[in-house]
Design a protein around this ligand. Structure first.
Ligand code: ZN
Length: 154
C-alpha cells in the first residue's frame, strides 16, 4: 500500500506516530498530496507539514470479494474536510458493507499490519473516542434517522 521513497518518508513516519500530516504551500495555500518536493500550483518549495484531524467524506469505494464466507474489505477514497482537494485511499471499517454510502461523514483511525501503522476511516458516530478524551472528527449528530431505509436483496 505504501511505497516509501524520499518524498513519502515523512508521511509514512507520521503514520507510525498516528499522525496524518499533509503539506500545504506557504505561498499559495494549495494542499499538496501525495507528497512531492514542489507545489504543483506555483512551484514553490515552501511546503509546511500540517497535522489534520482527519474528518472527511467518502467519495468513492469498492467492495472487493475475498474468499467465500470472509467479509469483504471496504476500500474507499476519502476527501479530507480540512484539506480541500486531498483524497486519501484507505480502508473503511466499523460499518456493514451494505450500509456504506457515498458522501457519508468519516473519522480517521489507525490500524497496524505487518509492523506498520496505516490510516483507516470509520463512521463518525461509531468512531471510538481518542485516549486524550477528544472526540474523533468534527460532526457528531446524535440519533441520526435510521428508519427503514434497508434495501431488499436482489
Ligand atoms: Zn503554491
Amino acid at each position: 500500500m505504501a511505497r516509501i521513497n524520499h518524498d513519502t518518508v515523512e508521511l509514512w513516519q507520521g503514520w507510525q506516530r498516528r499522525e496524518l500530516r499533509v503539506d500545504r504551500c506557504k505561498d499559495c495555500g494549495t494542499w499538496v498530496f501525495p507528497p512531492r518536493p514542489f507545489c504543483p500550483g506555483c512551484w514553490s518549495d515552501a511546503l509546511v507539514g500540517t497535522a489534520l484531524g482527519g474528518a472527511g467524506r467518502l467519495v468513492s469505494y469498492s467492495l472487493p470479494r475475498v474468499a467465500p464466507g470472509s467479509p469483504p474489505v471496504v476500500s474507499g477514497v476519502v476527501a479530507l474536510a480540512e484539506a480541500p482537494g486531498v483524497r486519501l485511499l484507505a480502508r473503511i471499517v466499523g460499518i456493514e458493507p451494505e450500509r456504506v454510502a457515498l458522501g457519508m461523514p468519516l473519522a480517521l483511525g489507525w490500524w497496524e499490519d505487518d509492523g506498520g501503522v496505516y490510516p483507516q476511516f470509520g463512521p463518525v458516530d461509531a468512531a471510538p473516542a481518542r485516549p486524550d478524551g477528544g472526540a474523533v472528527g468534527g460532526v457528531a449528530d446524535e440519533g441520526a434517522a435510521d428508519g427503514g431505509a434497508g434495501e431488499a436483496g436482489a
